[in-house]
Design a protein around this ligand. Sequence first.
Ligand code: AMP
Length: 179
Amino acid sequence: MTTSFKSAMERLKGSIRDVPDFPKKGIIFKDITPILTDGQLFRLAVTIFSERYQRKSVEKIVAIDARGFIFGGALAHYLGIGLAVVRKKGKLPYNSHEMEYELEYGKGVLEMHVDAVEKHQRVVIIDDLLATGGTAEAAARLVEKCGGEIVELAFLVELNFLKGRERLAKYPVFSAISY
Ligand code: AMP
């Protein structure tokens, strides 16, 4: 690892802001918006993903609502491949597959259009952050419902202590920054 790359990675990590008690008491929210508002850091974040996937014959990016759309959109644009969106229930206009997932209290439902991913298409699923892995697992199941093949699940940030990687044990998982 070159010194300049190491210091850029430190700057990337250092710019993530902890917001205590958001959206609920006891949660420390990792706010990645300072990365987005800095052009160099935003480019670095997207470059980490684009360098990783540019020679892996990826055919589609599946991005998770909502901050996954930001990195997923930029990555799909760079790779010149399509983007599919996984959204919270009720937001998508066309026929959709749906998948329940666990929230901290209760359950939620994620949806993806039935034709968003083709059979055997090689997919990378992307989100800003991996916590317990429930959201990403539901997204992976939606891709599988369409018959897609999951190359990897990619996150900018991983919260190791929540063991999302264990929950996603059947899939390859990549994260750029971990806590
Ligand atoms: P999980 O399903 O528990 O892995 O939660 C991941 C999803 O919730 C991602 O879409 C994250 O953006 C969001 N999320 C969960 N916990 C946090 C956190 N501490 N800081 C920021 N985003 C979070």
